[in-house]
Design a binder for this molecule. Sequence first.
Ligand code: 9MR
Length: 371
Amino acid sequence: MIHKKQSYPQIAKILVALVVLSFTACKSVNQKNTMEVGLKNVSEFPIGTAININKLINDQELMALQLSNFNSITATSDMKMQSILPAENQFNWKKADTILYYAKKHNQRLFGHNLIWHSSTPKWVEEKGANDSAWLGEFMKEYIHKYVGRYKGKVAGWDVVNEAFESAGGEYRKTFWYNNFGKDYIANAFRYAHEADPDAVLFYNDFNIERDTTKLNAVLKMVEEFKKEGVPIHGIGFQMHIRMDTPDEVIAYSLEKAAATGLQIHLSEVDIIFNSHNDERLGGIENFSSITTEMKQAQAEKYKNLVLMYRKIVPKKQQYGITVWDFTDRDSWIKGFFNMKDWPTIYDDDLKPKPAYYGFLEGLKVKTEKK
Ligand code: 9MR
């Protein structure tokens, strides 16, 4: 993870002070005083979770929690290219249709994740496209037209391109797509998605932009270019996979800068970990192998502060929502991906609400000045 030392403008510090002031009135997170009412019921903006649809519909306890807390849903992986088109001409809509059915039935917003992501480009596309950029360009256009067109008016918004910048710093990621088209593939993906569904809210989504200012600036530069050129981009997704030591003032500064674009801001994949890693698969650094009461309480405060910063800093009309990436420690991707223990979410391994849950809830409930 990248933590750059730099001085943040005074305004960010003032802003953080304001946020802090606004919740000094309320005591530290106290679950005994907080009724479990369901996050969505106390929120002014959608509260989402990413989830595996088969796991969800086959687990009554999980489903009950999902239904009581969330009014927006994202597929963790079932709507990625690898799942939708695993082999040439073999579209597999089943899971996307199932999640759409679930979302409609329970009156939840369906958010599409994602259209173009280097990490989920099927092998057959890479092989066929390797020596045939003309085919690849056409393929991308047809794929997006067909996919977004199929769910026109049903999927509310899309992560059109995911993680097009290097993990750290401001360079475009040298992906298969970039190597074929340079950065133009990004703008094209947005154009195609907009052609297929002019009402869908279109996002660029990435990680580390809440803490790595060089990376954030590169993304914002791209956004400005898009706006000048009339490329239809409507939102910025902060994945927000953060750590306990990611400074709140840096997060506040980043949200403020991104919100200044006037675009929708989505906290799209929130989780908060104690351990660290190098951003790579199996790259976990396990400093903590068990969790104490104090750690749980500190995580609750971190969740509360994050929600409050979003509410205070992002103007209401730009609040697309907060989405957590899986909502139980049992199901979180962190342990498997980084090969380390951790406790990233708001429910524990036994599906019991953690202090983090009550922190999130309080963050939603505390009165703030309207923006
Ligand atoms: O949580 C997802 C995990 O189950 C998948 O195996 C993985 C690969 O498709 O993707 C994970 O989700 C990622 C998301 O799509 C993009 N940002 C990072 C997420 C965590 O790796």
